[in-house]
Design a protein around this ligand. Structure first.
Ligand SMILES: Nc1ncnc2c1ncn2[C@@H]1O[C@H](COP(=O)(O)OP(=O)(O)OP(=O)(O)O)[C@@H](O)[C@H]1O
Length: 268
C-alpha cells in the first residue's frame, strides 16, 4: 500500500538544456517482437503544450505512457534509450514509479472517476500526501476544482456521486484529481475525443490555462485541436518521429512530404 509522500530520488544524468523538462534520447519501446516506438529523441519545453499526432498504431500512446512508466504494467513491454526528466533518467530501475506518477500525472481518453463523491475523488488523491484535517482537505479540494474550471459547476453538490456529472465534467474532475497531486507535467491521451463539441471546447480552454503552471503533452487525433492549443507538434509514423517543431510551422509549412500528406488528409 502506498501511504507516505516520497519524493522522486534525484540521481543525476547528463544535464538537459535549461528550457526543457523532459527529453527522450534514442527511445525504443517494444512489445515482444513489435517495435512500437523506434529511436525517438524529443525534447519538451517547460510550460509548453506539445501535441503528438499521427495515424492509428504509430506509437503515440506507447510513447506518452512511457513518460510516467505506465507501460510497466504490460509484461511484454521493453525499453531502450533514456527518458530524462529534470536530469533524472526515468528508465532507471530504481525509480519509484509512484513518486514519478505524482510529478508526471496522466489523464486518459475515457473519463475514469472513482465510484465516490465529487469531493472524495479529490480528497482520496490528497490522502497520498497524508492530509487528513477537514479544513485543509476542503481548501485543497476547492483549489483543485477551481484549477480544473469545475468549482462553479459543482460547489453546491460536492457530495453527489462523480457519476452524476456529464462526461465533460467527469473529465475535468479527472484533471482536478491529477492537479491535486501537484504534478509538474500532465500527460493527456486524447482527453476530449469522447466528448461533445462544447465539452471539448471547455477542455481545450482549460488545457491552455494549465500551461501557465504545468508542462503538457497531449496525444490527439484531432488536427484542429493540435493546431488550436499546442505550441509544438511531433508527427509520428510507424514508431518514428517524422517531424517535430513549432505547431504553426509544422501545419503551415511542413518540411517532410509524409507530414504534408498526413495533415492534408491523404492518409490516416
Ligand atoms: N499492450 C500491447 N501489447 C502488444 N502490442 C501493443 C500493445 N499496445 C500497443 N501495441 C502495439 O504497438 C503499436 C503502437 O500502438 P499505440 O497504441 O502506441 O499507437 P497509437 O498511435 O497510440 O494508436 P491509436 O491512435 O490507435 O491509439 C501498435 O502496433 C500496437 O498494436
Amino acid at each position: 500500500m502506498i501511504t507516505a509522500e516520497k519524493p522522486l530520488q534525484r540521481k543525476q544524468s547528463d544535464p538537459q538544456p535549461a528550457s526543457s523538462i523532459i527529453e527522450t534520447r534514442h527511445l525504443i519501446i517494444s512489445y515482444g517482437p513489435t517495435v512500437a516506438v523506434d529511436n525517438v529523441s524529443l525534447l519538451f519545453r517547460k510550460n509548453s503544450i506539445t501535441a503528438l499526432i499521427g495515424p492509428s498504431g504509430c506509437g503515440k500512446s506507447t510513447f506518452l505512457r512511457s513518460i510516467n512508466r505506465m507501460n510497466d504494467i504490460i509484461p511484454s513491454a521493453r525499453y531502450e534509450g533514456d527518458i530524462i526528466y529534470e536530469d533524472v533518467n526515468l528508465l532507471d530501475k530504481n525509480i519509484d514509479v509512484t513518486a514519478l506518477r505524482k510529478e508526471i500525472g496522466m489523464v486518459f481518453q475515457k473519463p475514469n472517476p472513482f465510484a465516490k463523491s465529487i469531493y472524495n475523488n479529490i480528497a482520496h488523491a490528497l490522502k497520498f500526501y497524508n492530509i487528513k484535517k477537514k479544513k485543509k482537505l476542503d481548501e485543497l479540494v476547492e483549489d483543485s476544482l477551481r484549477k480544473a474550471a469545475l468549482w462553479d459547476e459543482v460547489k453546491d453538490r460536492l457530495h453527489d456521486s462523480a457519476y452524476s456529472l456529464s462526461g465533460g465534467q467527469q473529465q475535468r474532475l479527472c484533471i482536478a484529481r491529477t492537479l491535486a497531486m501537484k504534478p509538474n507535467v500532465i500527460l493527456l491521451d486524447e482527453p476530449s475525443s469522447a466528448l461533445d463539441p462544447i465539452a471539448n471546447a471547455k477542455i481545450e480552454e482549460l488545457i491552455i490555462q494549465l500551461k501557465k503552471h504545468y508542462t503538457i503533452i497531449i496525444v490527439t487525433h484531432n488536427m484542429q485541436q493540435a493546431s488550436r492549443i499546442s505550441d509544438e507538434t511531433a508527427f509520428f509514423l510507424n514508431g518514428h518521429v517524422i517531424e517535430h517543431g513549432e505547431t504553426n510551422q509544422l501545419f503551415m509549412n511542413p518540411v517532410q512530404k509524409e507530414t504534408e500528406a498526413y495533415i492534408s488528409g491523404k492518409f490516416g
